[in-house]
Design a protein around this ligand. Structure first.
Ligand SMILES: C[S@@+](CC[C@H](N)C(=O)[O-])C[C@H]1O[C@@H](n2cnc3c(N)ncnc32)[C@H](O)[C@@H]1O
Length: 447
């Protein structure tokens, strides 16, 4: 049987996102296995690009076709998105784009759509300049920045002076950032190793573990990757372990740990600390073990599958010196890495996530020993998940105090210091959007 074509796969992926069935992280690998090997890079480009620009592509399609297709023809609509995306954003010869995209109508078993898709793509090809200008002139960010209306409104409400910069930065391709394993070698030594392979990298001024590559590359090309000398992790995410700053012989809890990015970093920073890495997602938890094994840090880390909101099933009753709560969140700070969030996230998810974060904070706080600390982190830009969440928690928790970050991490000014925590907006210092607030429990420990 013939393999699916890359454009068919891209349209099916976009259709699944539209139906909120799955995410790019699982759809792209599973479709990649089914198409020709040499089309995999194009599938990645099409899947992420079409997701990133779907709202704008829809505004273009609406100009070309005022009456939307019926619900049962959403697959044809997804194919149109794939076609327009290539014409608007890629440098593939346009006749090839049109021919290969139109041919997918047969794979969809919708031959009636052949002439229609062909006519629509050709019209866009002819009128692109004018249509693009009309779409740019449309009110709101939905068309121009390809953002869902509800999210644009929330960002404008929370960050009125920064909203345009956030929308712009969220659509740019993110940098590939490495974290050098301090237990294996220094950052400078690793930078020189990269230079030997003609890979250029710049040292971050925010954290002393991060190197930003001048252009992304496959991890297999990174020297000593398999031997655990480096991991791929955004600079903003690397701040977590530095801010919690594990000390010798401390017992740490990483409460939402999978796939183990921050767990590994905590272990790298302090070889004499022990870490319980908890997550309730079985498949993702396997990745924690794989990651710490690769880093050679398995002796320090115990992976536990369990619910952070019911510690009875996994906690031995001995309080932790420090807890990292990298809470499930809207992911609005990492849209540039996960553009499918624009299609998948719904306004009602925000309140649900705020409730979950609140329950996690309240459940985990008693597990922090008196005098111990909890670092609350999200990759969200929304105040209700961040500073307002902290304010509500502190109001109800008399033995919790906001604490200054360790001075070693404050060498370069980063983020927006708020009354409750620090917010990094996406793109600042080249980083993902993140929020951090470090809390200390009073030594008296009255709850
Ligand atoms: C932001 S991600 C964590 C990323 C991770 N800290 C890292 O750096 O690689 C949030 C995690 O919370 C986990 N999670 C969600 N609800 C949970 C719960 N009730 N108990 C434990 N983990 C949960 C998810 O499975 C997800 O892996």
């Amino acid at each position: 049987m013939a393999k699916p074509t890359v454009r068919f796969a891209a349209a099916q992926i976009n259709l699944s996102l539209d139906r909120h069935q799955s995410s790019l992280m699982s759809l792209v690998p599973s479709w990649s296995e089914r198409i020709a090997d040499n089309d995999r890079a194009l599938l990645q480009e099409l899947s992420y690009g079409v997701a990133r620009w779907s709202f704008r592509l829809d505004a273009i399609i609406a100009r070309l076709m005022p009456k939307p297709l019926r619900n049962k023809d959403r697959d044809v609509h997804a194919l149109l998105r794939v076609g327009i995306y290539q014409l608007a954003y890629l440098s593939i010869p346009q006749h090839a784009v049109i021919n290969t995209t139109v041919a997918v109508t047969a794979e969809l078993k919708k031959k009636w759509a052949r002439g229609f898709v062909n006519a629509l793509l050709r019209r866009y090809q002819r009128e692109q300049t004018q249509i693009d200008a009309e779409v740019d002139a449309q009110a709101g960010a939905q068309a121009k920045h390809a953002f869902p209306g509800w999210l644009t409104e929330r960002l404008q409400e929370d960050w009125p002076e920064h909203a345009d910069a956030i929308l712009h930065a969220s659509n740019l391709h993110p940098p590939m950032v490495l974290r050098v394993n301090a237990q294996r070698e220094t950052r400078e030594a690793y930078r020189l190793k990269l230079a030997d392979q003609s890979i250029t990298a710049t040292a971050s001024t925010v954290v002393d573990s991060a190197l930003t590559l001048s252009s992304p590359c496959r991890v297999q090309l990174l020297p000593d990757f398999e031997a655990g000398h480096v991991s791929v992790q955004d600079t903003a995410a690397q701040l977590a372990a530095h801010l919690l700053s594990p000390q010798p012989s401390e017992r740490l809890l990483d409460a939402c740990a999978a796939p183990g990015g921050k767990t590994g970093h905590l272990a790298e920073l302090q070889s004499a600390a022990t870490i319980t890495a908890l997550d309730n997602h079985l498949k993702r938890s396997v990745r924690i073990t794989e990651n710490v094994d690769r880093l050679g840090l398995h002796k320090q880390v115990t992976t536990v599958i369990g619910d952070a909101m019911s510690p009875k099933s996994w906690w031995d009753g001995v309080p932790f010196d420090a807890v990292l709560l990298d809470a499930p969140c809207t992911g609005t700070g990492v849209l540039r890495r996960h553009p499918d969030i624009k299609l998948l996230r719904q306004p009602e998810d925000v309140d649900n996530l705020v409730q979950i974060q609140q329950r996690m904070l309240r459940t985990l706080w008693p597990l922090v020993k008196p005098g111990g600390r909890l670092l609350y982190a999200t990759c969200s830009l929304l105040k209700c998940e961040n500073e307002q969440q902290m304010q509500a928690f502190l109001t109800d928790t008399p033995d919790a105090q906001v604490t200054a970050f360790p001075t070693s991490v404050r060498q370069t000014a980063w983020g927006h210091e708020r009354e409750y925590g620090t917010q990094i907006l996406v793109g600042e210092h080249g980083m993902d959007g993140f929020f951090y607030c470090l809390l200390t429990r009073d030594a008296g420990g009255h709850a």
